[in-house]
Ligand binder design. Structure first.
Ligand code: OGA
Ligand code: MN
Length: 300
């Protein structure tokens, strides 16, 4: 059966069928998916009952897997899975338990910042490329993941703003996003994890050549600007970039895998009753190669 991509939102979100991603892929299938990602930026794969290992194997087709910062900084005894590359996007308290996290649990506070529009791992020198999220348990109500198309948002800017931001360089840190919701990241004693990194605000897709806004809640400054002015500007731009016409909201079903390109898309979690309802998603992320040239200019 050939791979079919049905547009859910033309040029932005496609639904992929005609493939079993629990099985090893052929090179032709990998390139069809990569080509789909270049065209769309978000792909959904319904009814894929992946195991943890199968999710890792599928993800590794697309590059080098990242170890999430939360996993890196977490106490190993609290981890729910053995594989460090597998991010725990759930509200469970620990291993082998049905207990949900308490209201004031610091892991819950940290994860609540996912409700801010962001690009994964933009606080790293090389941010995430693709993120893959797989649904194991979904709540009865709420808990969608929303996406906003940063290419369309860039295209819709007026020419004067495009010129103003063309060479703009922003500073990203995990502390900036958490600070926005009043949560202080303590870190693990390694200051490298919290130190701001620089990225260009306007990036170019390595294959299609399309320009995109590299925005994220992790941004806390613009190089050469006073901090309040920078944050007010980034807030305005984020408001522009996340208008309804640039958005898609994904209502999760068990077995869905959704993958997106963090270089071209921002995303956020939406609210659900996480003190009562279970939600268990598992995340893998691929290092976002392809923007090195653009970003090296930012470090100069
Ligand atoms: C993530 C994330 C959103 C969600 O896992 O990186 O932002 O809906 N998740 O859980
Ligand atoms: Mn995220």
């Amino acid at each position: 059966m050939p791979i079919t991509i049905r547009p859910l939102q033309p040029g932005f979100v496609g639904e992929v069928t005609g493939i079993d991603i629990c099985q090893p892929l052929t090179p032709a299938q990998v390139s069809a998916i990569e080509h789909g990602m270049d065209q769309y930026a978000v792909l959904t794969f319904p009814d894929q009952p992946l195991t943890d290992d199968q999710q890792v194997v599928f993800s590794a087709n697309f590059g080098e897997l990242e170890v999430p910062l939360a996993a890196q900084m977490a106490n190993p005894s609290m981890r729910r899975f053995d594989r460090l590359e597998l991010g725990d996007i759930s509200n469970f308290d620990g291993k082998n338990t049905d207990k949900l996290r308490d209201r004031d649990d610091s892991r819950r506070m940290y994860a609540l910042a996912n409700r801010l529009w962001h690009s994964d791992a933009s606080f790293r020198a090389v941010g995430a490329g693709y993120t893959l999220l797989h649904a194991r348990i979904v709540p009865g109500k709420g808990g969608n993941t929303e996406f906003a198309d940063m290419r369309a948002a860039y295209d819709a800017l007026d020419e004067a703003t495009k010129a103003d931001i063309e060479d703009m360089v922003t500073e990203h840190s995990i502390t900036f996003s958490r600070e926005q919701i009043g949560f202080e990241v303590k870190g693990d004693g390694n200051p490298d994890n919290l130190r701001p990194v620089r990225h260009r605000l306007v990036v170019t897709h390595p294959v299609t050549g399309r320009k995109s806004l590299y925005l994220s809640s992790h941004i806390g400054g613009i190089v050469g600007w006073p901090v309040p002015e920078a944050r007010a500007f980034i807030r305005d731009l984020t408001e522009h970039a996340t208008q309804p016409q640039f958005r898609y909201s994904h209502p999760w079903k068990v077995g869905d895998l959704v993958m997106w390109d963090n270089r071209m898309v921002m995303h956020r979690a939406t609210r659900f009753d996480d003190l009562k309802e279970k939600r268990d998603l598992r995340r893998t992320s691929i290092k976002g190669v392809g923007l090195e040239v653009t970003h090296a200019q930012a470090a100069e």
